[in-house]
Ligand binder design. Sequence first.
Ligand code: GLA
Length: 731
Amino acid sequence: MSIEYIKEKKVFILNTKKSSYQIKVDETGALRHLYYGRPVGSSDMDYRYKKTDRGFSGNPYEQAADRGCSFDTMPLEYSGFGVGDYRVSPLKVRLKNGSRSVDPRYVSHKMYKGKYILEGLPYVRENDSKAESLEVRLKDETAGLSFILSYGVFEEFNVITRTVKIVNDSDENVELEKASSMCIDMPFGNYDLIHFSGRHCMERRPERDILSQETITLSSKRGMSSHHSNPFVILCDRNANEDNGDCYGFMLMYSGNHKEEIEKDQTGSVRVIMGINDEGFSWKLEKGETFQTPETILTYSYEGFNELSHTFHKTIRKNVCDKKYIDMVRPVLINSWEAAYFDFDEEKIYGLAESAKELGVEMFVLDDGWFGKRNNDSCGLGDWFVNEDKLKGGLKKLVDRINTLGLKFGIWIEPEMISEDSDLYRAHPDWALTDPDRKPMVARDQLVIDMSRQDVRDYLFESISGLLNKANIEYIKWDFNRSVSNFYSKLLPPDRQGEVAHRFVLGTYELLDRLEKAFPKVMIEGCAGGGGRFDAGMLFYCPQIWCSDNTDPIARLSIQKGTSYGYPVSSMGSHVSVSPNHQTNRSTPFNTRGLVAMSGTFGYELDPGKLSEEEKKAIGKQIRDFHKYYELIQKGDYYRISEESFSNHYFAWEFVSEDKSEALMNIAAVNVEVNSAFPFIKFRGLKEDSFYRVEELGLKLTGGALMYGGLSLDILRGDYPALQLYIKEDK
Ligand code: GLA
């Protein structure tokens, strides 16, 4: 049983293979957090909690005699506001009478087999895993608000999901001003916080902060999860590293404005809150209505960050992405963007496809510039019909020709945007998000279309369906190239304008869902100026996301490494581009570019016609290697190798097959030194006693030797060299 209830103690135990999670209804009716960590069986962990009368931490009225009983110091599962808990709150409400107070207390619960699902929002699917669910209903009788806390427990995966549904049971309208998805208080521990911040072209750079008595807030209000702050954090022991130590991962499945608050309080307890960003948010909840918050994914590892990442990787690959992508071999693609930008016609596109086919590429993707009057980035968005001046004879003709070569065809669109210089905007200026009487903020010369509107979504569905019905398009690159501003919808009344940012995201999800149902064979790759919307919410609809607009392999080493803490290789769009690189102007060897791109969904972003014969040959080998190692790379366990001896000079990462019979070690030098130490690599995740053959070096060694003794490799020389070592069990 993954979920147990000890009735006499009112304790809920959520068990996974490698963790226990406990909560309890106490004498006040508050839902207290008791424990999250290594399995503890069915011991009631409440014994650890010491009530203490701390100054300035008041008591609930009915417990006035017990001065140690305070919401301010209790570890809670979902705290209220204005009733004695002075820590950061997951909730803010405004009642009809003006009161802001809210005080959720236990009413009832239910437990059932199977995983709950969410309507209109992404969630972790049950698929072939066994899951159980727990729903705990809390209520504030005075406010007439109920809070249904749902927990999904995936025992095999060591994953717990959480979400909250808020129900207005009162006779009045209530204004929600903050509605977080989860709150958890971790009472003991000396934690560091790791978060994944960055910027355009340099996404998800891990930063590690020592927590002191303070609140750290991470957030996005850009209308997207953003390049700047990923909705994913790790809380870990001060000594935790890649291979050892306690760590907790918290990931929000949401693609819009989000907020993570991490507060260490006066008692040393750490609170984590995650959910929709409350800045600019409000939601009018009418009598009887409900508000569903996005889902969060939680996992715990006592074996360091690599193990934590393995859990997220498996969960996302098998239970977040659509089931059909679990075993689908993704095509090696070539994308036209860096090869042609806006400058092409049908012959140039056909020529690119033809030369790519000769090298073994499997799909051609026509990027930006094929529609409306889109000859540069200042016009055309919204006009999702082909520009026949550029592509004479239309899309179908081009797609058929490319299909005849034996290549699949994919296309770029940016549905959530509208250019002022477009037929669509001229016909529907009110479809753009703009404030009344105010000039909107523009970015890349474009405005954002109002995805909260049904008519807008219908238009987009019709025009995208039109494209997909007209030609044999098997893939879409779905872009989103600016931060959103001027969140104002012409269709909503003034007192509902705080809903626009969230309704926007719901609108995008609805459109993606509708398209997926109508065109189940078309795969969508997410993109937002690279990795500006790289989150588990988008991965529910798109199994892969363009990881960054930065295609420089050396920059990609850290971008992909940062991304790997939460997201699997099978989700990271990664391509080989030309050297010198278009973003950094850095020159790198072809081999290094291939090896880095191969640790992603793999493809090319260059004009094959301009390559040397040697480079063309290299492409053939890269594609063969990618296929050879496909299962290992896409489905194996991914280890970040972080030996202190070389971390300033090398990046290394390894894939190990599930049965541990083979592994692929990758190593790239970023800072070659003269007369330096040897790169000294220790494998991870092998079978200690089995022998493995290291073909490349002519060695046969036990897993133990490779893991604990390690290999000292030849010093890598030159500009950014890289190498791959394949090992296979040899009995
Ligand atoms: C974004 C994407 C690029 C490319 C351009 C086209 O920046 O990330 O890969 O598609 O848009 O405008």
